[in-house]
Design a protein around this ligand. Structure first.
Ligand code: UDP
Length: 329
């Protein structure tokens, strides 16, 4: 059985769906502060899924999960806050949840002898890039509390390996996007801050805000590396296999290696929606580097990860999901 923390959220729920589809028993631990109960209900239709509502900040909540489920073999840890701007305004929230919460999880794992974890890290651990595409040897110099919280956990994991033999794979996500290709689940943040869903729903909710047109990039807007959610999740399954086979800790970038500007993403969305997107130009958003693209060689060579989906397929799936959500409302 695999324990998935944050399994009711965007990335976590796609991972749970994949594990269940592969016939693996899953237990989800989620506070439902950002995750969705209806997502759990949907996922239950696809395999053997237990759900525990709890908060990692309460050590007894997570200890209880291990106490009652002695067959947990490994953990995939998605639970955490992920908004850069919010982390700058409220660092306490980020350190307390992302770091202290993770410490509780790790301590419970050690107490119950569970020694393998896949951790959702982020490209934010690199900070302002010195060069792109960024490889795993790039200097680690986060520029906001969110990135700091991810790097601190990576360091804790490294120390826990040396001291206690706890093995971890940290996956440094670039920009996850899209929805599951069968339309079962998708992205549902409230409030939504991500570019692609904001473009897709801009018609309904007024103009899109475009943050910054004065960056040193091909068209002045920020360049990001958008990786399809199903492709991203496949890397988690490979990471679990890596831990089982090699019993060794490591970290990997997860991105496509391609960069697309905000304006290019808007154009792609327009093509898929067959209509123009209205946008207003706003000043730069705090903490946004001009370009973030991944060198994914390590994930390809060591995990045997491959990119299967194109950016158009990701946007198409996100669009289908947006239409489905609107029709269900
Ligand atoms: N962005 C934007 N308008 C939005 C949301 C995002 O212009 O409504 C820009 C943002 O400034 C960044 C890029 O789109 O340059 C990707 O942002 P997102 O929040 O999707 O991901 P992040 O890179 O912050 O993880």
């Amino acid at each position: 059985m695999i324990l998935v923390t944050g399994g009711a959220g965007y990335i976590g729920s796609h991972c749970v769906l994949k594990l269940l589809s592969d016939g693996i028993d899953v237990i989800v631990f989620d506070s439902l502060e950002l995750g969705h109960r209806e997502t759990i209900e949907t996922l239950k239709r696809y395999g053997s899924l237990k759900f525990v509502q709890g908060n990692l900040k309460n050590i007894d909540d997570i200890r209880g999960v291990f106490m009652s489920n002695k067959n947990i073999e490994s953990v995939i840890h998605f639970a955490g806050y992920s908004q850069v701007a919010e982390s700058i305004k409220n660092p306490q929230k980020y350190y307390y949840n992302n770091v202290y919460g993770t410490l509780n999880l790790l301590n419970a794992m050690l107490e119950f002898g569970v020694k393998q974890i896949v951790f959702s890290s982020s490209a934010a651990v690199y900070g302002e890039p010195k060069y792109t595409p960024i490889d795993e040897n790039h200097q680690l110099n986060p520029i906001n509390p969110y990135g700091n919280s991810k790097l601190i956990v990576e360091k804790i994991l490294s120390d826990y390996d040396k001291a206690y033999g706890l093995k971890s794979v940290s996956l440094r996500y670039f920009n996850a996007c899209g929805a599951d290709s069968n339309g079962i689940i998708g992205e549902m943040h409230n409030p939504e801050t991500h570019l692609i869903p904001n473009i897709l729903k801009s018609d309904k909710e007024g103009s899109l805000k475009l943050f910054g047109t004065d960056y040193d990039t091909k068209d002045g807007t920020c360049v990001r590396d958008y990786i399809n959610i199903d492709d991203l999740i496949n890397a988690h399954i490979l990471a679990l296999k890596y831990l089982q086979t090699n019993n060794k800790s490591d970290c990997f970038n997860l991105g496509t290696g391609e960069g697309n500007s905000v304006k290019e993403i808007i154009e792609l969305c327009e093509k898929i929606m067959c209509k123009p997107v209205k946008y207003e130009i706003h000043p730069r958003r705090t903490g946004d580097p001009a370009v973030l693209t991944a060198d994914n060689t390590k994930a390809k060579e060591i995990l045997n990860w491959i990119q299967e989906k194109t950016l158009s397929q990701s946007i198409q799936s996100a669009y289908e999901w947006e239409k489905y959500k609107n029709s269900a409302e």
